[in-house]
Design a protein. Structure first.
Length: 516
């Protein structure tokens, strides 16, 4: 019942409830399949699957719809599969021809009928497989008969017959003892195949059940067997939550194997390692943070600047692909500083972190320097095209030089946060804290990281400037500095930035942070 439209529509007595349906457009079909479905094919847009009248870009394909309808008279559901073009129901032979191989959480190496391994084995030699399974059933039957005839088992049955079994069942002792046998599962071949489990011997531990080899091994074998089976008849391969049970290297390798396949691959994943195997325009994001369901996909392009900008997608944006909000900062120091303060607020005051808001901070540059600022518009446009809510934090360390950049970001992003005049992330993490706090923290950094500072000669008024400079030393001390601050004591400018990043979008796109 939960598969149909909810809440149920109000209809007049005798009228039918609205039809619930899911439509799929299939293109790039094998030549043999196209020939078989000749009168069912249409010219379809290769991007959205809609019927197209453009002969230059359209491709031949078939639209298929799964339908389910509620019948209130007998509280039942009717469901069927039909061709959208004609409304004619799809015959079984066509359903089997278009059947996909779905890689889910089922165990690999299963010989039961619905297993991908069974399909792969049958494609090699179906007759020999059937003979082998039949012999297996006979052997199991003989083994269970031998078990039932064992002396210990028969003695136990005789003891049961003497303690009331023969009287209760109305049979004599001999009939009862000889009448007990054993079967695996329900005694059928399919029951036997469900009952057995694969083992694997790949190291000194010997043959162990597949489940004892951890999660990565079964996940790898499930993908490999499905891919091998699909290549026999060029089926579509569908994988949900790809990589959840794989390590990083296996995720990347399996994704590249899948991307090389001639099969169509429909893959959903939360793993960044999976994205690098596919072209950027093959990635699709489904969102609803704007209040409505939306689909986002990069269009194919021959524009050089656009093509170059997409190089940033795998190394920079891929880690945020499953987040709702993309927060862009200039470099790694900004990322480490704000992220450290976000963690500290959770630890000190139990304040909800950015991740709880579905947000991910991403640095435009992974090496620092001025390159990150120039990349902000490029990444912002990519983020918007992929359906992110994009928020950006911009330094103002060079007054007057960044107005054009900020205006460009305002035109693209959902929110642009501008730091006070002559303020980069270091000053945002230091400005507004008491002199005694700055001196205490600076003393710890000086001692632990051998900064070589003579703090006795530094006046209170110069502590801020000295600490800002110190944070840039030793490859950046921002992440190490923030936890040294006393509990509940947070730099006001950086705190205002975090609060703006977590708050609902304001009516204006630009927020200028004030001096404390």
């Amino acid at each position: 019942m939960w598969d149909i439209q909810h809440p149920l529509a109000e209809v007049s007595e005798g009228d039918e409830y609205p039809l619930t349906w899911v439509e799929v457009a299939l293109i790039d079909l094998d030549d043999d399949i196209q020939q078989e479905l000749d009168d069912k094919l249409e010219l379809l847009d290769p991007v959205d699957g809609a019927v197209s009248s453009d002969p230059l870009t359209a491709e031949l394909g078939a639209r298929i719809r799964y339908c389910v309808q509620y019948r209130p008279a007998d509280d039942s559901l009717e469901h069927w599969v039909e061709y959208v073009r004609t409304g004619v129901r799809v015959p079984r032979v066509h359903r089997e021809m278009l059947q996909a191989i779905i890689i889910d959480r089922a165990d690999p190496l299963q010989l039961r009928v619905e297993g991908a391994f069974r399909a792969l084995a049958a494609s090699q030699d179906a007759d020999r497989l059937i003979d082998a399974i039949g012999s297996f059933g006979e052997d199991i039957g003989e083994a269970t008969d031998t078990l039932a005839q064992g002396e210990a088992v028969r003695s136990a049955l005789e003891a049961m017959s003497k303690n009331g079994a023969t009287f209760a069942l109305g049979v004599d002792q001999k009939r009862f003892v000889e009448g007990v046998g054993f079967v695996a599962e329900d005694g059928s071949i399919s029951g036997l195949l469900r009952a057995i489990r694969p083992t694997l011997d790949i190291d000194d531990a010997g043959a162990l059940p597949l489940t004892s080899h951890g999660s990565t091994t079964p996940a790898v074998l499930a993908i490999v067997e499905a891919l091998a089976a699909s290549r026999m008849d060029h089926r579509i391969v569908i994988i949900d939550d790809f990589g959840d049970s794989l390590d990083s290297a296996s995720t990347d390798f399996m994704a590249r194997l899948l991307s090389r396949s001639r099969n169509q691959i429909w893959l959903s994943s939360r793993r960044a390692e999976a994205l690098g195997a596919f072209e950027p325009e093959h990635l699709i994001r489904l969102t609803r943070h704007s209040g409505a369901l939306a689909v986002h996909q990069l269009a194919p392009t021959n524009d050089r600047r656009e093509r170059v900008s997409r190089r940033y997608l795998p190394p920079i944006l891929s880690g945020a692909m499953s987040s709702r909000t993309l927060i862009l900062v200039e470099g790694p120091h900004d990322l480490e500083g704000y992220a450290a303060l976000d963690r500290k607020r959770l630890a000190d005051d139990s304040k909800v972190p950015l991740s709880a808001r579905g947000a991910q901070i991403v640095a435009a540059s992974t090496t620092g320097g001025d390159g990150g600022k120039s990349r902000l518009p490029i990444l912002a446009r990519l983020g918007v095209s992929l359906g992110f809510e994009v928020r950006v934090v911009v330094d103002s360390d060079k007054p007057g030089e960044d107005e054009d950049l900020i205006n460009e970001l305002v035109d693209v992003c959902d929110l642009v946060i501008v730091l006070p005049m002559r303020t980069a992330v270091e000053r945002a993490l230091v400005r507004g804290l008491p002199a005694e706090t700055l001196r205490s923290v600076l003393d710890q950094l000086n001692e632990e990281h051998d900064l070589g500072l003579d703090l006795e000669s530094v006046d209170d008024g110069d502590l801020e400037k000295v600490l800002v400079k110190a944070l840039k030393q030793k490859g950046g001390l921002h992440r190490l500095y923030v936890p040294l601050l006393p509990k509940g004591e947070h730099p006001p400018i950086a705190l205002d930035v975090l609060n703006a990043l977590k708050a609902p979008l304001p009516t204006t796109t630009r927020i200028d942070i004030s001096e404390p």
